[in-house]
Design a protein around this ligand. Structure first.
Ligand SMILES: O=P(O)(O)OC[C@H]1O[C@H](O[C@H]2O[C@H](CO)[C@@H](O)[C@H](O)[C@H]2O)[C@H](O)[C@@H](O)[C@@H]1O
Length: 260
């Protein structure tokens, strides 16, 4: 959401996404790229409170088999978090919006960051939260998130604080997210993650199906659609996706049926 929308000076644009029934292309022609929070799991009050259902674990196993490995997760989470929540998933993982990758078990970092800047950002945001415990700080190896889900009316304060930090952090940018502002490395995004994954030998030549709910997923959705695939938006926010589902459980229903 833009600052002017947040402060009530501007109305968010209406969405034109198709929310009616839709079919997916045959599994043999596709690769599945899934976001995590708000897409595979319901949003929780705090980052480490999300719950992964047995259905999701079974669905990922089924997708691995039916798509012959053409399934990957592309998340704003760290790879460490994704491995914590999905210990049995051994397909490709993309963490921190395209900053880190785990492919065939090997870890790669796509953006070099200044460790001194990251540690200063961690300290400043943690100090802020120590004074204002209604907010939640989430540190990442290449940035930091300040969550305001427990104090929605303070969104503009958080935005101003994070904007000021981001301006002073060379090589980093502010990323608005769901009830949070993140400072992440410049030049990384879920669009480049989609392009990178779709060049892997197992994925190449297939149509990417990308499902996501957050602002950062828009880049992934557009990249998947530009490659001849399709985007599915979860939730009712504005989106470039051609298709929409209301909740993570609607997505799981659709994918279970499709992969049956
Ligand atoms: O790209 P994603 O997999 O969707 O990750 C995006 C961010 O998700 C997490 O924050 C969001 O989910 C939390 C748990 O449901 C919620 O409490 C928070 O308000 C949301 O912003 C995660 O904490 C971030 O690191 C991810 O970037």
């Amino acid at each position: 959401m833009l600052y002017y929308e947040l402060t009530g000076f501007m109305t968010p644009p209406k969405s034109h996404v198709n929310s009616g029934a839709f079919d997916l292309p045959p599994p043999e022609e596709t690769a599945l790229l899934l976001d995590f929070d708000g897409t595979l799991v319901e949003i929780a009050e705090r980052p480490m409170e999300v719950r992964v259902s047995d259905r999701v674990v079974r669905l990922l196993d089924r997708a691995q088999e039916r798509l012959q490995g053409r399934i990957a997760l592309i998340s704003g989470r760290t790879i460490e978090d994704l491995e914590h929540f999905l210990p049995s998933f051994d397909g490709p993982l993309v963490g921190i919006h395209g900053t880190e990758y785990r492919i065939e078990g090997e870890r790669e970092v796509s953006a070099k960051v200044d460790a001194a800047i990251v540690s200063r950002l961690h300290r400043l945001v943690e100090d802020f939260v120590a004074l204002r415990p209604e907010f939640v700080a989430e540190t990442k190896p290449s940035g930091v998130v300040l969550h305001y889900r427990q104090a929605e009316d303070k969104a503009a304060h958080v935005m101003k604080f994070m904007e000021a930090l981001a301006c002073a952090a060379q090589g980093f940018k502010l990323q608005p997210a769901l009830m949070a502002y993140e400072i992440k490395p410049e030049g990384v995004g879920k669009d480049t993650a989609v392009q990178h994954l779709m060049e892997l030998p197992a994925f190449e030549g297939h149509k990417p199906i990308y499902a996501g709910d957050d602002l950062t997923d828009e880049a992934g959705i557009k990249a998947a659609q530009a490659l001849g695939g399709l985007g599915i938006k979860i939730g009712d926010a504005e989106s470039a996706a051609r298709h929409r589902l209301a909740t993570p459980s609607d997505l799981i229903d659709l994918l279970e049926h499709w992969l049956a």
